[in-house]
Ligand binder design. Structure first.
Ligand code: ACO
Length: 327
């Protein structure tokens, strides 16, 4: 078996910053409420001419540059997103064209906030089997266009961003992606979704008037399920390798909510200092969250060769996953 390794990372966030105080001028909320409940201070919002695939392409270019890899060397592009440029074709195809990755197959993965870990898991299998040598995995969301800006329960939580991971074969058996673990429970589809725009509620005036094309969420249910599921899937991954939480050097969590992250860390027995956190600056960027956070930790030198890293994410579906990496 060929082990896979993350050989390049990249990120992109739009330049426009939207602070909690600015939000409080538009809706009934406050910096104090948002900060204390979520840890978010500000988020990024894409400009009117910016598309999901533009953000994804920017993050991808940074990852390719880090690994000194040309777009034409890519065999596969996987984009985790629920907010692509169009329902059809895949956002990955727009990225393929914008990069000029003429030898790459391209498709999207719909696993919401877990999209980049689902993508990493697929990439890992392509590398392991020798079916591909260079796979680009991107998590990207332009959720600001799918949020109901009058719904304070949801609009304060999310931000726009893109993160990329370039996956290739490892030259050392003891370095790279040790495993990925994925789970889902479609019985929970009702607690976080965009009900309109698909076959159930196709586009119509009525559907738009009812705002069914916007994100709907039962925050309390998401919270309860997220803490349980994330703890379980990290434990499962550690047990698989006969490792313990103490062996971890870093946790790269999906930045959903600081209270979710803190609770999971506490249950796992991992000190907060080991978690890479940036939710205060980006909010919840869904599938972009893990690769953006990873890129910050790699570029700052925080994650070093030989470190043991756990990544974890959960989102709509519900779909969740973890990965253990020896960097
Ligand atoms: N500003 C001020 N007040 C608000 C806001 C806001 N932005 N949003 C809701 N409230 C009000 C509610 O209306 C409610 O008022 P009421 O009691 O008069 O009805 C009150 O605050 C309390 O609401 P709760 O829902 O009980 O607040 P809670 O403490 O549960 O926090 C939150 C809400 C932050 C959404 C929490 O449930 C949570 O973190 N859930 C997880 C959701 C999440 O992370 N989603 C991300 C997508 S999924 C993922 O990435 C895992």
């Amino acid at each position: 078996m060929i082990r896979s390794r993350i050989i390049g990372t990249g990120r992109y966030a739009p330049s426009q910053v939207l602070t909690n105080d600015e939000l409080a001028k538009r809706i009934e909320t406050s910096d104090e409420w948002i900060t204390s409940r979520t840890g978010i201070k500000e988020r990024r919002v894409a400009g009117p001419d910016e598309q999901t695939s533009d953000m994804a392409t920017n993050a991808a270019r940074a990852a390719l540059e880090m690994a000194n890899t040309r777009p034409e060397d890519l065999d596969l592009i996987i984009v985790g997103t629920i907010s692509g440029d169009m329902p059809m074709p895949a956002c990955a195809c727009f990225v393929q064209a914008k990069l000029g990755a003429k030898n790459a197959a391209a498709f999207d993965v719909s696993a919401a906030c877990a999209g980049s870990l689902y993508g990493l898991s697929i990439a890992d299998k392509f590398i392991q089997t020798g079916a591909a040598k260079r796979v680009l995995v991107i998590g990207v969301e332009l959720l600001s266009r799918l949020l109901d800006w009058e719904d304070r329960n949801t609009c304060v939580l999310f931000g726009d961003a893109a993160g990329a991971m370039l996956i290739g074969p490892s030259d050392r058996e003891d370095r790279g992606v040790l495993s990925t673990h994925l789970k889902s429970d479609g019985q929970l589809a009702g607690i976080l979704n965009i009900p309109g725009g698909g076959s159930l509620n196709p586009a119509s005036h009525e559907m738009i008037e009812q705002r069914l094309h916007k994100v709907k969420m039962n925050g309390r249910e998401v919270y309860k399920i997220a803490v349980r599921a994330l703890e379980e899937i990290v434990r499962e991954a550690l047990a698989h390798h006969k490792l313990t939480a103490e062996d971890l050097d870093h946790v790269v969590p999906h930045q959903a909510n600081i209270r979710i992250v803190d609770t999971v860390l506490e249950r796992l027995g991992v000190p907060r200092e080991k978690a890479v956190l940036n939710i205060d600056r980006y909010g919840n960027t869904s599938s972009a969250s893990v690769p953006v956070t990873l890129d910050e930790a790699v570029r700052s030198g925080r994650i070093k060769e030989g470190d043991l890293v756990a990544m974890m994410a959960i989102g709509a579906g519900m779909a969740w996953g973890s990965s253990i990496i020896r960097w």
